[in-house]
Design a protein around this ligand. Structure first.
Ligand code: FE
Length: 137
C-alpha cells in the first residue's frame, strides 16, 4: 500500500459509516440505481468520501444507464490509481483513490469518445459539492 493518506483499519472504521467502509475499504459495490449520485444533474465536484481529495468533475459525468455515476475522465489521472481486478472471474480494472487507497469502482472501455472510457463509480465512495457551494457560505 503506497497511499499517502492511509489509516489503520480501526481508524477507517471510526471515520466511515459501515456501508462506506464496506465499499471503500473492502471493495464492495452498492446496488445499481440505489446510490445518491447516479442521476445527479447538478454541476459541481465529486470528492473522495474517504480522504476528501478531488476526483471527478460533473462536466465529465454522463448518463450511461448502468445505475452508477459514470465519468469519462477523472479531474486528473494523478488522482486515481488503476489496478487489474480479476475477482468474480472477470477481467476488470479497479479504480482507487490515489491519495487514500479507497476503492471507488471500475473503469470500462465502453465510454464516450474521444477516450472511450467509463469510470463507473460507487456514489457512496463520493462526496459531491455543488459548484456554487462556496458562494453560499
Ligand atoms: Fe481518498
Amino acid at each position: 500500500m503506497t497511499a499517502k493518506d492511509s489509516k489503520s483499519e480501526d481508524e477507517w472504521k471510526q471515520k466511515l459509516t459501515k456501508e462506506q467502509y464496506r465499499v471503500l475499504r473492502l471493495k464492495g459495490t452498492e446496488r445499481p440505481f440505489s446510490g445518491k449520485y447516479w442521476n445527479n444533474r447538478e454541476k459541481g465536484v465529486y470528492y473522495c468520501a474517504g480522504c476528501g481529495g478531488p476526483l471527478f468533475d460533473s462536466n465529465a459525468q454522463f448518463e450511461s444507464g448502468c445505475g452508477w455515476p459514470s465519468f469519462s475522465v477523472p479531474i486528473s489521472d494523478k488522482d486515481v490509481d488503476i489496478k487489474p481486478d480479476l475477482s468474480l472471474d472477470l477481467e476488470r480494472e479497479e479504480v482507487l483513490c490515489n491519495k487514500c487507497g479507497g476503492h471507488l469502482g471500475h473503469v470500462f472501455d465502453d465510454g464516450p469518445k474521444p477516450k472511450g472510457l467509463r469510470y463507473c463509480i460507487n456514489s457512496i465512495s463520493l462526496d459531491f459539492k455543488p459548484v456554487n457551494f462556496q458562494n453560499k457560505c
